[in-house]
Design a binder for this molecule. Sequence first.
Ligand code: ADP
Ligand code: MG
Length: 331
Amino acid sequence: MADSPAAPTPVTGPTSDELRVLVLAGGLSYERDVSLRSGRRVLDALRAVGVEAELRDADVALLPALTADPPDAVVIALHGATGEDGSLRGVLDLCDVPYVGCDARSSRLAWDKPSAKAVLREAGIPTPDWVALPHDRFSELGAVAVLDRIVDRLGLPLMVKPAQGGSGLGAAVVREAASLPAAMVGCFAYDQTALVERYVPGMDVAVSVLDLGEGPRALPPVEIVPRNGVYDYAARYTAGRTTWHAPARLDAATTAQVTEVALAAHTALGLRDLSRVDLIVDAEGRPHVLEVNVSPGMTETSLLPLAIQAAGLDFGRVLGTLVSRAAARRR
Ligand SMILES: Nc1ncnc2c1ncn2[C@@H]1O[C@H](COP(=O)(O)OP(=O)(O)O)[C@@H](O)[C@H]1O
Ligand SMILES: [Mg+2]
């Protein structure tokens, strides 16, 4: 009696091999190529577990297609603003099409790094000290005076990165005050607002959080070792530029602490299904959360698939469970 008000809420929907899934990939962000690689990988993995899946871009043909032939669920393999700023999720909500991942509001919050950091700090989760500076304010207040104050307050080195963005684009480490103006200009090429953050030396670690129906759990932390020391765009997507260790080479106590902080960040931001928490573990073993991704990369060299493998799980089955759960949310 599906209509009975007393019927229990289903934990999962139909089995994944009865589902029709639309994988969204491409978009017009700087991360288009990465997204297309993520999308194809997700498509193959879903098909391998018997899910009927199709790949599509988020373009003018999308809404007519969703209306004419609504899928049971959508997987958003779009990175950058299209996949992560919440707007596409809002439109899917309007169309009553369920999707894997968090809702529009939480996505928007996580996407804006300064807003997310404020929430994390409020929740007692460690994140490096920062200031967010829109280009207009930077000019109005006088660049030199503002930059002097930032260096006085936050010290050196600093990390400059777009307030909204990803894949390391527009980001720079600033080791001396004289290089700060150029880093700001480089950053403003990618976003109206620059996030200037205290640089924390240490180990780059990504913790993927997954909820397959029993509540969020953290997968083994993945350690990232970029060959030239900087985890920028080239290091991420060029074969041989980066080495990974999954699980990260951390002792048990540090692993437990990193895992706990990642789960706390996922929860504080109100996330759902999956996320990837990027953090630095400093020389004392303390974690510092940099950002949380709601549409993490799914390419062959991406961190979430590596973590899934390190946890002894199958990528296709995990996706199958996530799409079943999303489909069960349809109103
Ligand atoms: N405050 C910081 N201290 C040290 N390294 C940082 C800091 N912020 C960013 N990084 C480095 O830059 C990379 C990208 O930063 P992140 O905030 O994750 O942005 P995104 O992945 O969206 O480009 C991190 O993985 C890390 O290597
Ligand atoms: Mg990151």
